[in-house]
Design a binder for this molecule. Structure first.
Ligand SMILES: *Cc1c(COP(=O)(O)O)cnc(C)c1O
Length: 392
């Protein structure tokens, strides 16, 4: 059996989406900026996709800027706001559990002289709002807090973050890449000023994303070039992927309730089976304020990488930490931020469920996991010590 439990890393492109994209690779190949028939045809498709994305998050079409993905949208939000508001200051507030696209961008901005405050989160991964309030200075130009975390699935109180920041006249960006297609994103109700999206996390194509920029917010270009995206993002429009992103998000929103219900049931089945059948596990993240498809477990006394390897041999795909940081030997910054001790953080796995998973796959995964964890613990010196203590 093959079981894909890494939907937080990426999803396949939905067949309906792919069908809609295809003609834009062949007969409908015009440059969307060209002034002739070929260009007008593709420009029409791009505006329809822009309207689809806007509608899905309750924005206006002219507030949507297509990018090459979530990472570019995140980089653009931070760098573009810092640059456009440099007369106000150079201070950004973010959290300790952001995706690498925000984290590594902040580290670079810090090296270049910006001041960054990394907010603490509680043991479930929820941002410290009191600290946020106390951290805002006259020079703060942006608060960036993710909508939902990619490792532990925790959903942040974005509306509260916005209230606190706006009360002091500070703009708010949120990385909604994990939330899109799953949560009901409403930029107007939330009040956010900027929001990042990426299509490949909701059954759209890879290499396409968008940044929502509220009308009235100034932002500097990240990519210089032609006059695409109302002069703010140069580069020939990736028409097939833009079309795919619009369609994928529309479908995700239309099917959201049914998918969430199913995915949530599978995840809950998995979590309760793991907790009842495997000893010495810690379930990371918030049990309630959580993305429906996310389950993150620490397995005491063993290494996450060894578990992953053994699962892979049995056809099960999961992930340790985030896809972007695996391969590195450092413990997950998110797990450390929620207070998981370093040894335990190394033994952590993220299982992320999607719309095609089945109860049978869940049962198979738990049975394999149980056997793998037992086998690895038998070889673990740490586990032996623990057993000896238990027998005293
Ligand atoms: C995947 C992801 C990104 C990066 O998006 P790409 O389109 O892969 O660049 C950014 N933030 C979060 C929270 C993500 O999960």
């Amino acid at each position: 059996m093959k079981v894909y439990l890494d939907h937080a890393a990426t999803t396949y492109t939905d067949e309906r989406v792919f069908e809609k994209m295809k003609p834009y690779y062949t007969e409908l190949f015009g440059n969307a900026n060209s002034q002739h028939f070929y260009g007008r045809q593709t420009e029409q498709a791009v505006s329809e996709a822009r309207a689809q994305v806007a509608q899905a998050i309750n924005a206006k079409p002219n507030e949507i800027y297509f990018t090459s993905g979530g990472s570019e949208a995140d980089n653009w939000a931070l760098k573009g706001i810092l640059s456009a508001y440099k007369s106000k200051g150079n201070h950004i507030i973010t959290t300790k559990i952001e995706h690498a696209a925000i984290m590594s961008c902040c580290k670079q901005l810090e090296r270049e002289g910006a001041e960054i405050t990394y907010l603490d989160v509680d043991e479930n991964g929820i941002v410290d709002l009191k600290q946020l309030e106390n951290s805002i200075r006259d020079t703060t130009v942006l608060v960036s807090v993710m909508t939902a975390n990619n490792e532990i699935g925790t959903i942040e109180p974005i509306e509260e973050v916005v209230k606190i920041a706006h009360a002091k006249g500070v703009l708010v960006h949120t990385d909604a890449v994990q939330a899109a297609g799953t949560l009901d994103i409403d930029v107007k109700a939330w009040g956010v000023d900027l929001l990042s999206l990426s299509a490949h996390k909701f059954y759209g194509p890879k290499g396409i994303g968008a940044l929502y920029v509220r009308n009235g917010v100034k932002i500097a270009r990240l990519i210089n070039g032609g006059e695409q995206e109302r002069g703010l993002r140069g580069g020939t429009t990736n028409t097939p992927c833009v079309v795919g992103m619009g369609e994928a998000l529309s479908i995700a929103v239309a099917e959201r309730e049914a998918n969430n219900k199913k995915i949530c049931e599978l995840r809950d089945r998995f979590v309760s089976m793991v907790e009842s059948e495997i000893p010495f596990v810690k379930y990371n993240g918030d049990r309630k304020r959580r993305l429906p498809g996310n389950a993150n477990f620490s397995f005491r006394y063993i290494e996450g990488e060894s578990i992953l390897f053994s699962l892979d041999m049995k056809g099960i795909a999961a992930s340790s930490g985030s896809a972007c940081s695996s391969g590195s030997l450092e413990a997950s910054h998110t797990l450390l931020a929620i207070g998981v001790e370093e040894g335990l953080a190394h033994g952590s796995i993220r299982f992320s469920f999607g719309k095609d998973n089945t109860a049978e796959q869940v049962d198979y995964t738990v049975s394999v996991l149980k056997e793998v964890v037992e086998r690895l613990r038998k070889m673990s010196p740490l586990f032996k010590v623990q057993e000896e203590y238990a027998n005293v």
